[in-house]
Unconditional design. Structure first.
Ligand code: NAD
Length: 487
């Protein structure tokens, strides 16, 4: 692929100039007018589903241009193509990046998880800024590679865990930094996901492709994953439940929920992880065995060492599939945990108090013995910009940082650039590594199974390696299908 790119260099140099040298000076154009050179030229990889709101929010009502849209599914792309009729439409992001390299400044990546790594890396390698949906990648190795590549190519990055830009995160951090709950030793995190079919047998029927898709489209959809024939259970939204494409309940919500304790406590790579998963019985005594599918429910315990901010080892316990934690002593029996329905949430238990919040860092509450529960004032903004639309703010701050340039103040203020989002995603995906290890099995002569991966896994974060059970290391990364590479 060509190296290039004049347009981005131009944007960067105008940003560095600071006072703003534009082809047509602002004062000539008038107040409120955005000079063409002030606009980012955006492209989307994945323009349906979440991709639609990602590119729409990044375009910011005309503040930026959308020059190209890529989606393998022409029907899914209709809404975005209607909103951005001037954008060139592609089905293969490799072709789009090759052909439009000189016209694109920044790219949103909102495909299913299995494509994030290869798509984002192709864009970063060409010097494009990227906004990548959560989880940043499908596996730990890809997350590390993207984090390092973002530094190498000096691009501005943001992961799509929009809760990172919720003022609740700043407020909880303030509570913690002020010592109100002391050092935290235990964290509970949970979600009501999966809310799609998961833990079910691999479908065996082979339905025809929907009429608007052809074999080439399906092949592009499979991308770097292992080839399987079309089935609606592997497609829109439902792909989440299969390891070939998705990352299960943890991958879906972990980056939204684990974000709060990871940020507030200043956590880094974990040192230990252990998992267990729910079973399904269709026949007496013989559990269904579907290693291709993410489990119907899981619990994962991740251990972190002391951090620079938290002077205690932390045990973080994740629950999903309808399981949730129990009330810690300081939360009254009839108070809800996390959100109102206790569907998703966080509890951080310290030696002096407890904080609980919803997903996305919303509605934090603090409990201390014998004291009134503390909440966040409604008008608190935590210094976060664009508060009217918390999610739009997350994308808008990214586009503004892209214009300001690599390591600008705006870039450094981003709440989920890859320097942060990479290690967070690695931590989330550690849970999946443990879940997959837990389901490793050898068939016995009597027809039963020996589950030989049901261990506590010891983790060397720097070197991305399980040190006490080598077979689990196969889940650190994955083989790519021919024609697809992390470049
Ligand atoms: N931050 C959030 O709140 C949030 C919410 C929903 C989804 N997401 C994330 O967004 C991503 C997409 O999820 P979704 O629910 O929109 O899925 P989806 O299946 O509804 O949409 C994915 C889109 O990507 C397209 N696509 C698939 N493979 C592609 C490829 N190789 N090249 C180009 N386009 C391709 C599909 O055709 C579809 O339009 C996931 O990573 C998910 O975790 C984030």
């Amino acid at each position: 692929m060509k190296k290039k790119q004049t347009r981005r260099k131009f944007l960067k140099s105008t940003a560095v100039a600071g006072s703003g040298f534009f082809i047509v000076p602002r004062h000539v154009l008038g107040k409120g007018y955005t000079a063409p050179s002030d606009k980012l030229n955006l492209a989307a990889i994945g323009a349906g589903g979440k991709g639609f709101s990602d590119i729409r929010n990044s375009a910011d009502g005309g503040v930026n241009n959308v020059v190209a849209l890529c989606d393998v599914d022409s029907k899914a792309a209709v809404r975005a193509r209607t909103l951005f009729p001037k954008a060139k439409y592609y089905k293969d992001f490799r072709v789009m990046l090759e052909e439009m390299n000189n016209d694109i400044d920044a790219v949103t990546v909102s495909t299913p998880d299995h494509v994030h790594g290869v798509a984002a890396m192709s864009a970063i390698g060409l010097g494009k800024h990227v906004y990548v949906q959560k989880p940043l990648t499908h596996n730990i190795y890809e997350a590390r590679q993207l984090t390092e590549a973002a530094r190498k190519y000096k691009v501005v990055t943001q992961m799509g865990n929009q809760g990172a830009s919720h003022p609740g995160q700043v407020y909880m951090e303030k509570w913690f930094d002020d010592g109100l709950i002391g050092d935290v030793h235990t964290v509970e995190v949970w979600t009501n996901r999966p809310v799609w079919p998961q833990g079910i047998p691999v479908p065996t029927e082979k339905p025809d492709l929907p009429s608007h898709l052809d074999k080439k489209d399906w092949d592009l959809y499979i991308g770097p994953a292992e080839y399987v024939d079309y089935h609606p259970l592997f497609y829109h939204f439902k792909w989440r439940g299969w390891w070939n494409f998705g990352t299960g309940a943890l991958g879906d919500m972990g980056c939204h929920i684990i974000d709060s304790p990871f940020r507030v406590l200043g956590l880094g790579y974990p040192t230990e992880v252990e998992a267990s998963v729910g079973s399904i019985y269709k026949r007496d005594w013989n559990a269904e065995y579907v290693p291709q599918g993410c489990p119907p429910s899981s619990r994962v315990q991740v251990t972190f060492p002391k951090s620079a901010k938290n002077n205690s080892k932390v045990k973080m316990i994740w629950s999903d599939g309808g399981l949730r934690p129990f009330h810690p002593d300081l939360i009254p029996a009839s108070d809800h945990l996390g959100d109102e329905g206790s569907n998703n949430g966080v509890i951080m238990i310290g030696d002096k108090g407890v904080i609980t919040c919803e997903a996305y860092g919303a509605n934090p509450r603090l409990y201390r013995k014998g004291e009134e529960v503390l909440t966040m004032p409604e008008d608190y903004n935590g210094g976060i910009l664009h508060l009217h639309y918390p999610e739009r703010g997350h994308q808008k701050s990214w586009t503004e940082a892209c214009k300001a340039g690599y390591q600008s103040k705006a870039h450094q203020a981003l709440t989920s650039s890859f320097d942060y989002a990479g290690p967070l995603t690695e931590t989330v995906l550690m849970g999946n590594l443990a879940i997959r290890s837990y389901t490793l099995a050898k068939k016995r002569m009597d027809g039963g199974r020996n589950f030989y991966g049901r261990k506590k896994l010891l983790w060397d974060g720097e070197n991305m390696k399980v040190t006490n059970f080598d077979e689990a290391n196969q889940f650190v990364t994955r083989p790519y299908r021919e024609g697809w590479k992390l470049i």
